[in-house]
Design a protein around this ligand. Sequence first.
Ligand SMILES: NC(=O)c1ccc[n+]([C@@H]2O[C@H](COP(=O)([O-])OP(=O)(O)OC[C@H]3O[C@@H](n4cnc5c(N)ncnc54)[C@H](OP(=O)(O)O)[C@@H]3O)[C@@H](O)[C@H]2O)c1
Length: 330
Amino acid sequence: METAAAHTATAGEAGIPLGGTPLGINPLGVGTWAWGDCFFWGYGQDYVDADLQAAFETSLAAGVTLFDTAEVYGKGQSERLLGRFTHARQLGGAGEATNPSPIIATKFFPYPWHLRRGSLLRALRGSLDRLGVTQVDLYQIHWAYPPVPVEAWANALADAVEAGLTKAVGVSNYSADQMRRTHAVLTRRGIPLASNQVHYSLAHRRPERDGVLAACRELDVTLIAYSPLAMGLLTGKYGPEQPPPGLRGRRFRGRRLAQLQPLIATLRQIGEAHSGKTPAQVALNWLICKGTVPIPGAKNARQAQENAGALGWRLDEAEIDALDRISDAR
Ligand SMILES: NC(=O)c1ccc[n+]([C@@H]2O[C@H](COP(=O)([O-])OP(=O)(O)OC[C@H]3O[C@@H](n4cnc5c(N)ncnc54)[C@H](OP(=O)(O)O)[C@@H]3O)[C@@H](O)[C@H]2O)c1
């Protein structure tokens, strides 16, 4: 078995460091919740494994190396697919010679039966098996559910680093206070808290108000922004007359979709001034300009290619202000 990123680029080569760790990434990743998820995302209907493998290779070719998965995504199928695609290239498959290696981030889910510190190491070994690697790059706590205190999970994360099962550790859906407590425990163990993965987009700006973005900046923790395209709504392809399919259509409809239209019009207008960038690319670039790392989901090569086009340019201050104002006004 190989480590997940045998040739992880240095920060200098790949853009920015992940928190205070030596891992280098471009400030954009790929979310893989939809990889293997039939229930919410419709895996096997409008996209199949070949589409996902093409999204994987297209992302790597564009320098987008961070792939975010979790033991719960598709009941483990997301990890299995990511492992399969990683191995296919290690066996001399598409892109191995020229593209950078993937940086794999996965997550521990604190199920009610995951109550003891040791359950994290057992769950991580399960993820490593599904991924077919001996070490991941980033291991995250998915949610901080009671009754286990965050200090216990922080110590379990440190155990995972010391056991050589992960290079770096992070959290997800943590408040500023939970982050600080985790950071304190890890610091005592000599390990940086690399990241906090939270819901953040132009349609959901809570991290700016609840202290999480400020705490990330203060503690040198990378804020990984999930659902950065508001589950596809910020691409501009959905609207009141064209709601998203499946369960998303029940969650986002009518007034909610109508409220987003002025924001989408502004994304479109700003994108046109940047040689035809799309609403999705502008929405992702806004998150990059806020100092965060968005991880948009991609179901095929076309989406992966478009999302990678959020890299390599920047919105100016006036454009960021305009987007802040229009998203505040919703
Ligand atoms: N830590 C957590 O609790 C948590 C929670 C949620 C998500 N996440 C992570 O964050 C990742 C991203 O979030 P997300 O998947 O919820 O939402 P998202 O990235 O905002 O939206 C992804 C969806 O938007 C559509 N899309 C993406 N790029 C597109 C493009 N260029 N053009 C047109 N449509 C495009 C696709 O769906 P359609 O084609 O079907 O529209 C895709 O599945 C997840 O995969 C997961 O890794 C973490």
